[in-house]
Ligand binder design. Sequence first.
Ligand code: FAD
Length: 564
Amino acid sequence: MDAKRLLIVGGVAGGASAAARARRLSETSEIIVFERGPHVSFANCGLPYYVGGEIEEEKKLIVQTPDGLRSRFNLDIRVNSEVTAVDAHMKRIEVRDLQTGKNYSESYDDLILSTGAAPLMPPIPGIDRPGHFTVRNIPDVEAIMDWVKLKQARSAVIVGGGYIGLEMAEQLHHRGLAVAIAEALPQVMAPLDPEMAAWLHAELRSRKISLHLGDAVARFEAPGDHEPAAASVVVLKSGARLAADLVILGLGVKPETGLARGAGLAIGERGGIRVNDRLQTSDPHIWAVGDAIEVRDVVTGGRTLIPLAGPANRQGRIAAGNIFGRAGKYPGTLGTAILRLFDLSAACTGASEKTLSKLGVPFQAVHLHPASHAGYYPGAHPVALKIIFSPESGKLLGAQAVGHEGVDKRIDVLATALKVGMTVDDLVNLELEYAPPSNSARDPVNQAGMVAQNVLRKDVDIVQWHEVDALCAEQALLLDVRDDAEREAGAIPGSLHIPLPQLRQRLHELPKDREIITHCQTGQRSYIACRILTQHGFKARNLTGSYRTWKIARDHGPLSGGHL
Ligand SMILES: Cc1cc2nc3c(=O)[nH]c(=O)nc-3n(C[C@H](O)[C@H](O)[C@H](O)COP(=O)(O)OP(=O)(O)OC[C@H]3O[C@@H](n4cnc5c(N)ncnc54)[C@H](O)[C@@H]3O)c2cc1C
């Protein structure tokens, strides 16, 4: 392999992994990394945990220093160095040394752009007031911590309920600040479907974090004469006024494509750099990776933006491999992601019901609430699990899970299953670990496969949590087959109660001319009820996820009547 001159713009997730891989493949090439900020290879994903004190020392955020990268990989690392232009024709870049102000240029054989994504700053009046911060790099969190100390901040408003906003909410709460979240959408964590996000709403409210959902920010302003002193008042479209000593702007990110646009590279419809599956841009000597590019959505096949660290790292490795003779293709992104929020974890992979509905893709979804490990072994918690699959082929399309324990491993298994195109039948047959402290003999993933298989094979018809009201209005009968104690703790209004053990003896109480919708606590016993009823000639369907899914949607999700 001939020695090359490889220049890399951006020295964090995608850029640093590309540089390290390039060196492993070519000992003789010249590899220069340009980074605008003062740090390379830092843990941006760890930033919120430093603010909250879970990561105690700033130096722990720095995965590799420029010196470390120089000595281990013989890389030329130039921090505080902004690349200001790319001349694709001449194969040269312009660089500004931000410390000396000096401009210079460098030539390349190949160039990798890993410029990431910048926090969105929409033109909301007052958005740039003092005390407002975005979270992207170490200087950002240093500025936040300085401000908190200086102003003795006691309250924070987080604008935007995405994962960065939620992690910051959790961490500022750990620091003792009173926290409010304002989100324009009716739910936090947009990749989740609303009934799954409702678990997060419940968790936030249980921590006394005030949630303002479906209420976009109208403007930011100084406190009025009769308002308490604060850095800013966040004024919402509803008219609500949230005073805060600190405002975190977590409004999403947009790919940094300035250099690519200036170089005349193709930009996709979603605003990211367009690359082929080898991660090559429209110029054969310029490659692009990470948050700045559009990727293929593995499930829908469409082009999309998915800003996550895992894909950026893998793409960096693939791009460097392609430059140095190790042909590789990036197979697309599933969007597998996880959030820890206090005691809960929420994770997802593949497509959501919302996305598939928007695209008009046919799907079926089942909900279940299996225990995180064997119910008889102490400490098991229910996991709210949803899988989405093709009603024709049974092919898995997406999965979401929320719970106290075991969410990560289930979503990782389901992400792997999705990646290789498994069907719900395949999920039933996965052989997964089991010992009582860690699992059940039927892993929740196996159980999800079985529940979906029952639907696919038409052993049972199902009803979704959001269909209950309309079906009852059309004279369907809602049948609760839980036991007395469960019923006393709460019930769906208008439902008839016949505990499952009594059902066979009390069939005469049920009408044959009305549809019956069975439910229990999670959907398992009501499936049995449904089987009994249909085999006795009744028209019955089962409420998937049953009372638990309906109740969380009613108390903290879309069924709460918009009064979130
Ligand atoms: C607070 C926070 C928490 C996150 N948590 C998670 C998580 O838990 N899990 C997860 O999967 N992802 C997480 N992410 C997202 C993840 O960090 C990104 O997807 C990943 O870093 C993208 O890698 P990248 O190389 O594309 O961009 P980055 O890692 O952002 O690196 C881009 C670098 O390019 C530099 N740059 C840009 N333009 C120029 C220029 N013209 N000249 C020189 N340098 C330039 C920038 O300064 C920047 O440092 C988080 C991100 C943030 C901000």
